[in-house]
Design a protein around this ligand. Structure first.
Ligand code: NDP
Length: 334
């Protein structure tokens, strides 16, 4: 089912490459609104702007949908008892597209600004001008930073259980690191395939919601290893074991596993606009509602400092961005 959804994304991506060539070659003409990022914030903004008569151009990066396309099941998006992240994002995209939003499957590498407009440089080298820009690039996975992490990435080390879990042969032992909702979701998902799942957490209390903790503790395939940090990842061609250090007595131990899933939070995707907007110490963009410190540049969703990192909040924030962008353009015209 997952593969089919990716195929659908790729199909739309290829189709839209053609749209892009037309859109770009037609005109060096300035766009009114460009949205960078196609997660819930960017897509909701594009839906609202399209409905208000504008033609938002959405730069999706390599694959649209943001972090949610890797989420197996979402249970707290209003209107859906249960929905896969992939399906939810596909629905938002098709809604936006049917209303007139344009999708361009490219990454924005840098943005500069002069008095009147923004110039966006794409990874293909193409440049696009726009009067307003919404940054809705979200956040990406945090790394542990221990020896072996780079070497064994995609060789047993993964940031996505939904993508890579089903590839594990049955009856393998796997580990998940982290104590938040993502880590618990990953552990519960992996328990369908693995013989044993170790949840490694650096403290003695989990950060995840109680409902998730209750499910975790009820699952007899999952064992929590408390107060432990991963200090090394070992193997030959493929991951074989991880080195743990107990954070209380500093003792080290080795745990043999065939897969390690890292779910320790996120870092914002904002480095390409650090020269234009104020950010907090972690790089998240400071915004009053969605207004950034740079006139004409807006930010919404997980990339914003202090935002609730939830899809429903990102969607609401995207709607607010649309209203503020609309008002900004209106003020410039009047
Ligand atoms: P969180 O920030 O909630 O949790 C990160 C976890 O990783 C924490 O337990 C943290 O430990 C641990 N951690 C951080 N850095 C390290 C490190 N260097 N080494 C070891 N452990 C580390 O991130 P999530 O990705 O879990 O969630 C992000 C947001 O998305 C949250 O608001 C969450 O509620 C939400 N979410 C919601 C879902 C839903 O279904 N509604 C699903 C998934 C996420 P410590 O606790 O000690 O800080």
């Amino acid at each position: 089912m997952r593969t089919i959804c990716y195929d659908r994304i790729l199909f739309i991506a290829l189709r839209s490459k053609n749209v892009m060539v037309n859109t770009m070659s037609n005109a060096e003409n300035e766009k009114e609104v460009v949205i960078v990022g196609a997660g819930p914030a960017g897509l909701t903004c594009s839906i609202y702007l399209a409905r208000s008569g504008l033609v938002p151009v959405v730069f999706t990066g390599d694959v649209p949908g943001g972090q949610l396309i890797k989420t197996d099941v979402i249970e707290n998006f209003p209107g859906f008892h249960e929905v896969s992240g992939n399906d939810l994002m596909m629905k938002m995209m098709s809604q936006a597209e049917s209303l007139g939003a344009k999708f361009i499957y490219e990454r924005v590498d840098s943005i500069s600004r002069d008095d009147n407009h923004f110039r966006l440089k794409l990874n293909s080298g193409t440049e696009v001008d726009s009067r307003t820009v919404l940054i809705a690039t979200g956040a990406t996975h945090k790394k542990i930073g221990c020896p072996g992490e780079e070497e064994f990435t995609n060789k047993g080390v993964s940031w996505c259980a939904t993508c890579d879990g089903p590839l594990l042969k049955e009856n393998k032992r796997v580990a998940v690191v982290g104590g938040g909702n993502t880590a618990l979701m990953e552990a519960l998902f992996l328990s369908k395939f693995a013989s044993k799942v170790f949840l490694i957490h650096r403290r003695s209390a989990l950060r995840a919601d109680k409902i998730m903790q209750d499910r975790l503790f009820r699952n007899d395939k999952i064992e929590v290893i408390w107060n432990s940090e991963i200090v090394g990842i070992l193997g030959d061609n493929f991951l074989k074991s991880i080195l743990l250090m107990n954070s209380i007595d500093k003792s080290e131990s080795r745990l043999d596993v065939s897969g390690l899933f890292i779910a320790i939070g996120t870092v914002p995707v904002s480095s390409f606009v650090q020269n234009l907007v104020d950010t907090d110490e972690d790089g998240y963009i400071k915004a009053a509602n969605t207004l950034t410190s740079c006139n004409g540049m807006f930010a919404a969703g997980d990339v914003v400092s202090g935002s609730l990192k939830q899809a429903v909040f990102a969607a609401g924030n995207g709607a607010l961005a649309a209203k503020q962008i609309d008002e900004y353009l209106w003020m410039r015209l009047s």
